[in-house]
Design a protein around this ligand. Sequence first.
Ligand code: SAM
Length: 268
Amino acid sequence: MSNNEFLRPEAKIRVVIPNPSNDPVGSEKVFYTNFYKDHTDDSPEGSRLSLIKRARPLIETLEEGEWVLDVGAGRQILEKEYLQNYPAPKAKILTFDIADLKSEQLLAEDKENVFHIRGNGARLPFPDESISLAISNMAFDFMPKKARSELFRVTKPGASILFNLHHSSLVSTQNINSIEEHMRKLSRKIFMHGDRQTPKVTSLKKEHKMAGDILIHRDYLKKSKKLSDCEEQVRQTFQRFEIQKVALGQNINGTWWEVDMKKPLSTR
Ligand SMILES: C[S@@+](CC[C@H](N)C(=O)[O-])C[C@H]1O[C@@H](n2cnc3c(N)ncnc32)[C@H](O)[C@@H]1O
């Protein structure tokens, strides 16, 4: 479904499409746009399954005219999986992501209930208290701090917010060991040929290139202190919300934080 259709008056929510030239995280837009050009790796399947399981009972209680917002939804893989397994909800689902994704890259947009908007989580183009349920899988912690107050602003009082966030380990030790081993071999080969330049991630095999990109990104996230490694840090991040559960989810592809919260009914 196109953005134009989303803007129809009966859609009952007014959207201001952000001007990309004012985007303070333009470099992140480029990073994520390119990531989705090269890779189709979205998120650990286990994290999506867990979020769908937690969100489904709530989505099913929502009425027509209500909105679910998925912040940092990427290619809509979670929505695709939801709609493949469960009946389309009465509420509409709005996916939001900084990457410039072409409509053919979006996996669920053609479904009548799912709309996609490109933008930065730090400036949500939605009215105050317009969102009944906010979800986010492995994305909100990548966004600037301002995204938290934006989330607070756009959610209705009492709205549920169900997020999965990255654990600071981000990439499994097994993956890191394999990438590092590959890079060591590559650097020995380059050295033997008398070329002293540092091996670039672009010269790695395809499967290692993806993991290498993730590794570089992880270092950036660690340096900018965006990843949490303890529950207290997660609670601190969302101190304006009523936190109902913080748990650690894990499978062979990664470790993540599961955070279930509500916007307080009274925000005074
Ligand atoms: C690891 S992916 C997860 C995508 C999706 N939620 C999933 O479960 O597969 C993280 C997503 O966060 C998005 N993102 C990062 N920073 C953002 C920002 N400032 N505003 C909006 N989206 C952002 C990226 O473009 C990317 O699609």
